[in-house]
Design a protein around this ligand. Structure first.
Ligand code: PHE
Length: 443
């Protein structure tokens, strides 16, 4: 096992779980999950999504954490160290590791722009900028005004870079320990508020009573794809965070905790969003505009709506913030490891590059859309397949099953189950999604 004593690490168990959950819980949970559940018809989609998290997400989460923990490096170096001696080692570390750097770069160019929109709506609800009273118009004006989009993007990136600059323990861990409980408290408060005001039963029926007649093949594939994005898998993030863990740390428990937190928060966000949507007699199928167009209009019409809007958009900003931190950390950490540069220098280089990419996304909507499509549809699944193949087939048995070793003989069956989930189930399921996206099945 490679080790580097100067490497940062997480100071506490809780700190790591909050940071990793902070990465996982993001726009994917609060902005995207509700609108895709709405588009794909509710309960049956949720059930398939939960299945995808359990069967594909969990094994891959462990795979990434184990690669990081055993390799003690950011993705390229960790994969290189663990596959040394294997004839595919160089290929795997350059392609797998390279994707683990390229994917977060492209994702966070557009992600920061969308997070900037959340900042704008927060400022609107706080009365710091003036709105027109019509959120569709506000949204259209925001996205077409380069000054506004770039301004918010710049502020959001600056906030995220400031945290990464502080390092693993003083920056990322410390911020996560504040932001995650705060966002959870806001979400819980919102759930209680909308629940007592409107009742939760309609939203609960929609989310938890599956109607399989509404389930299309497309919905299944979307659920698998989303399980990746939402757990921050396939882009080196969990490898990087795992590399900051000591060898004796129980990453199985951590991986399960992060996945459960991520899923629970997505469901809670879905409950809040749909309770408001149904109470106001709106359709569930508003698409990507659900959170930025439909919700602000509805908030304006409910009692205490301003406070609700402030709580909701603060929560969205906090969630996006901890995710962006993790994306920047992969890039920073990779450059620090590969080029032996200081954290300060790499954070600067990463910041400027992301800002330029973000500006391109803010100025040309087609770039933003393209970046979203290419990462979610292609780069993440390919990255995931690489991780599965490396963890399942290339790692030595000792490295591969490191997390199960502490269980003694009770770990044999779970380790076997995990090995085959990683070797076959996950890559095949992901490959099917990928082929479908490419149009092989006539889609
Ligand atoms: N998991 C995050 C979310 O659900 C998205 C994310 C993507 C986070 C890439 C980190 C890196 O929003």
């Amino acid at each position: 096992m490679a080790s580097d004593s100067a490497r940062g690490n997480f100071g506490s168990d809780l700190g790591f779980v909050l940071a990793a959950a902070g990465s996982a819980v993001g726009l994917g949970n609060i902005w995207k999950f509700p609108y895709i559940v709405g588009e794909y018809g509710g309960g049956a989609f949720v059930l398939v999504y939960l299945g995808a998290v359990a069967i594909i997400g969990l094994p891959l989460m462990y795979a990434e954490l184990v690669i990081g923990q055993r390799g003690q490096r950011s993705p390229i170096g960790a994969i290189r160290a663990l596959t040394a001696g294997h004839r595919l080692g160089p290929l795997l570390s350059w392609v797998g590791g390279g994707l683990a750097v390229a994917t977060p770069f492209v994702i966070f160019c557009f992600y920061s722009v969308v997070a900037g929109w959340a900042l704008h709506f927060l400022a609107l609800s706080l009365g710091l900028v003036e709105g027109s009273g019509d959120s569709a118009r506000d949204f259209a004006e925001l996205t077409s005004s380069t000054t506004f989009s770039i301004g918010w993007l710049t502020l959001f990136l600056a906030l995220s870079l400031a945290v990464v600059l502080g390092g693993v323990r003083e920056g990322i861990e410390r911020a996560s320990k504040v932001l995650m409980p705060a966002m959870f408290a806001l979400l819980l408060g919102l759930l209680v508020f909308v629940g007592t005001t409107f009742g939760l039963s309609e939203a609960a029926n929609f989310l938890f009573r599956p109607d399989f007649s509404k389930l299309s093949g497309e919905a299944v594939l979307e659920a698998v794809g989303h399980s990746f994005f939402t757990l921050s898998l396939g882009m080196g993030i969990m490898i990087t965070y795992g590399s900051y863990l000591k060898e004796e740390r129980n990453i199985i428990r951590d991986g399960v905790a992060v996945s459960i937190l991520d899923t629970t928060l997505a469901l809670m966000a879905g409950m809040v969003v749909f309770t408001v949507v149904f109470a106001m007699g709106k359709e569930s199928q508003a698409g990507p505009g659900l959170v930025f167009v439909t919700l602000p209009d509805l908030f304006a019409r409910i009692p205490g709506g301003t406070a609700v809007a402030i709580a909701f958009f603060s929560m969205l900003v906090f969630a996006a913030w901890t995710s962006t931190i993790s994306g920047i950390e992969v890039l920073t950490s990779s450059m620090m490891d590969e080029f032996k540069l200081s954290r300060r220098a790499t954070t600067g280089i990463v910041g400027v590059s992301l800002w330029l990419g973000g500006v391109a996304c803010a100025v040309w909507p087609a770039v933003l859309d393209g970046a979203d499509q290419i990462t979610t549809n292609y780069m993440l699944p390919i990255g995931g397949i690489f991780v599965a193949v490396i963890a399942g087939w290339v790692l030595s048995k000792q490295d591969r099953e490191a997390g199960f070793a502490a269980w003694g003989s009770a770990g044999t069956v779970p380790a076997l189950f995990w090995t085959w989930a990683t070797r076959l189930v996950a890559p095949i399921a992901v490959a099917i999604v990928l082929l479908w996206k490419v149009g092989v099945f006539g889609g």
